[in-house]
Design a protein. Structure first.
Length: 259
């Protein structure tokens, strides 16, 4: 994969520009022997574009100062949460400004960006419980979403997770357990089969037992109705409820809001 990106970047002419995350492990592999101009972005100050004074507002949205080669360009207020979105925004700013778009235009554009559907998407309020939906179905995505949740005002985090495919759940089992441990409470639905058949290789109950062995408050229910009833009884004032997965788990939050 790294070599493929190196080949892709090599298609640039000498007067072209490569905008790349300077912090990633594959950086040296991708950029080696390139003759184009390289512009980097990332969390560290070794990059051309990097952030300073990162913080969140009361809604969990990100604020930060954009730095370019040691000079502060100004502050960005995203309508999105998560440090990963700070890096995403920097990539867009870097690309835009290198092609002559002003910082003020970047600032206005990012302020109006509400993000992708099913990516920490605000669904509504169930009493005084905030319901969020997210498409995360890989450990790295789960960690990013829960990091965003931790920076969003809340009492406790309830994560309703629907694993996606048996093969992925089995192959990344330990990583899933580690990532899911970032929630206060984990409620597991059955694995969403998608294109696969259940051969008995792994079950959501296995995740529940592994999480419980780590001291995580984890529960498994065989139906969405059981999950919804459990949440109605246990979620409290100012809790954050996240439905997560690439299947139909979003239906749980929407059904609860319909109630």
């Amino acid at each position: 994969i790294m070599e493929s990106f190196h080949t892709f970047a090599g298609n640039l002419k000498e007067d072209g520009i490569l905008v790349i995350n300077g912090d990633m492990d594959a950086y040296d592999t991708v950029v080696r022997d390139l003759k184009c101009r390289i512009i980097t972005f990332g969390a560290s100050d070794k990059n051309t574009y990097y952030p300073a004074d990162i913080r969140t507002d009361k809604k969990g949205s990100m604020l930060f100062t954009v730095m370019k080669s040691g000079t502060a360009l100004g502050e960005i207020h995203l309508a999105l949460g998560g440090v990963h979105n700070v890096t995403n925004a920097l990539s867009a700013i870097a690309a835009a400004m290198e092609f002559g778009i002003s910082f003020d235009a970047c600032k206005k554009g990012l302020a109006a960006c509400s993000g992708a559907k099913r990516r920490f998407e605000y669904k509504g309020m169930l009493g005084e419980v905030t319901i969020i939906d997210d498409y995360a179905h890989h450990p790295t995505e789960i960690r990013a979403t829960l990091n965003t949740a931790q920076n969003t005002p809340h009492n406790e985090i309830w994560l309703v997770f629907q694993p996606h495919t048996y093969t992925r759940t089995r192959a990344l089992f330990d990583e899933f357990v580690d990532a899911l441990s970032g929630a206060s409470h984990v409620v597991l639905a059955d694995i969403y089969a998608a294109r696969e058949k259940d051969t008995g290789m792994v079950h959501s109950k296995d995740l529940q037992r592994a999480l419980a062995s780590k001291g995580v408050d984890a529960h498994y229910f065989a139906s969405f109705d059981e999950i919804e009833n459990f949440l109605l009884k246990n979620c409290k004032k100012n809790d954050l409820l996240i439905t997560m997965g690439a299947g139909n788990v979003v239906d749980i939050g929407e059904h609860l809001l319909g109630k």
